[in-house]
Structures are given as structure tokens and as C-alpha cells.
Design a protein around this ligand. Sequence first.
Ligand code: 13P
Length: 249
Amino acid sequence: MKQSVKLIAGNWKMNGLGASLGEARALSEALAAEPAACRVALCLPATLVHRLAEAVAGGVVEVGGQDCHAEASGAFTGSTSAAMLADAGATLVILGHSERRAGFGESDADVAAKVEAALAAGLEPIICVGETLDQRQAGEAVVVVSAQVAGSLPSSLSGKAFAVAYEPVWAIGTGLTPTLEQIEEVHAAVRAAMIGRLGEGGRIAPILYGGSVKPSNAAEILAVAEVGGALVGGASLKAADFLGIIRAA
Ligand code: 13P
């Protein structure tokens, strides 16, 4: 089966001040000295997107945001539009992260609307899905995740650059990971749901795994069928840790 180049994306979440950009610079310099075999992205808080873009300009590190509003502009105090992220230098944006679905009540329909906004601004969306521990224990992981894919991917994605990230909620920041068999099972279901939603257009986009990815487990996870990369939280904050994952791809 074809294996396109993997995408390793870091999600700093609500972490990072200007001083933290030293880690991004160190990452960029390490990748200039020794190129990666994969694409590398950092998705930073909105306040750092432009400074990151300047810090890594001319290098291989791609710049992303962590959310955008579904509307292009208007009276939405505190929100950031997709065009604003793009204007600040982002080329990617994470959408529908479980921390936004749970903490901000984002539905699949909300996520799909944000994906449309991202595409309109020329951003590559990374669309997150994943089951809770209760859903996993009830044997509903595949059903839940498949429904999230069906509901969160607008048909306009067909032919566009995007990624889906499978992040089991119970594996995020916990040090727990699914078994490799469980990852393979859900990724296969995600691929089937993508094809069901987008037809042939659902065959190519990478499916990232996220949730407690570390240098020590990255190689085995990235070798699983249909794992097209990783979405990394805690281990993306330090260049040395993140490089350990990148070098495993
Ligand atoms: P951790 O890698 O810290 O578990 O976070 C995963 C995640 O939520 C990335 O979006």
C-alpha cells in the first residue's frame, strides 16, 4: 500500500510565551542540519503564531493554529478567524480537538463549519476525533469515531489538503496509549468513514494518531497500518523530545 510522507504535528495547547520560541528555533535548526523524513508542524497559541512564523522562516517547520472561528469576521470578541491565522503565517489549523469539544461544547457540525472556514482561508485543517474512556469501555470506540468523522468532514474537503487525527480522550496527557491493535482497528474505521464521506477524496489524507506519543513509543505507533503521522502534545514542548519522535517517522 502507498505510504505518503508522514506529518508530525506538535500541539502546544495553552502553553508558551515568547521565550519558548527558543525551542522552536532549536527544532528548526536541528532539522536544517539533519533533514527529517516527514513533514513537521508546530501548532501554537494564537499569540505566538506570527512570531513562530518569523522564527522558523526559510526552514521546514510548518506553522499552525489550534482553533479558528467559523465566521470570516465580525462581532465575535476574543475569537480568531482562519484568515487571521493565515495572515499571521499559519498554513495549518487544528480543529475539533477533544479539549474544545468537551470544554467549549463544539459539535461535529460546529467543527465542520470551522473546516469550511479554514479551507476558505487556504489553511490545511487537522480534524480531531476520539472516544472517551466510557465509550471505549462500552465497546463504542469505532462507532463513535466513525460518526465524528462523518459529521465533522464537510464534502468540500474532497481534493483538498487535510488530515484527520485520532486522539482517544483517555490517552491525552495520561501516559496511557491504546494497544497497537486498537490503534490499527480505529484507523481502519476512520479511513472507511473518510471514504464513505468523501469517496475517492477520502483515500489520501493522512490519519494521525495522538495521545501520549513519546520518543519511546513513536516508532511502533508510526509503523501501524494507516498511521500517517502523529499529533503530539506534551512531548512537542521541548525540541529534544519532539525531535525524538520526528526521527522515528
Ligand atoms: P499528549 O501528547 O500530551 O498526550 O496530548 C495529545 C494531544 O492532545 C495533542 O493534540
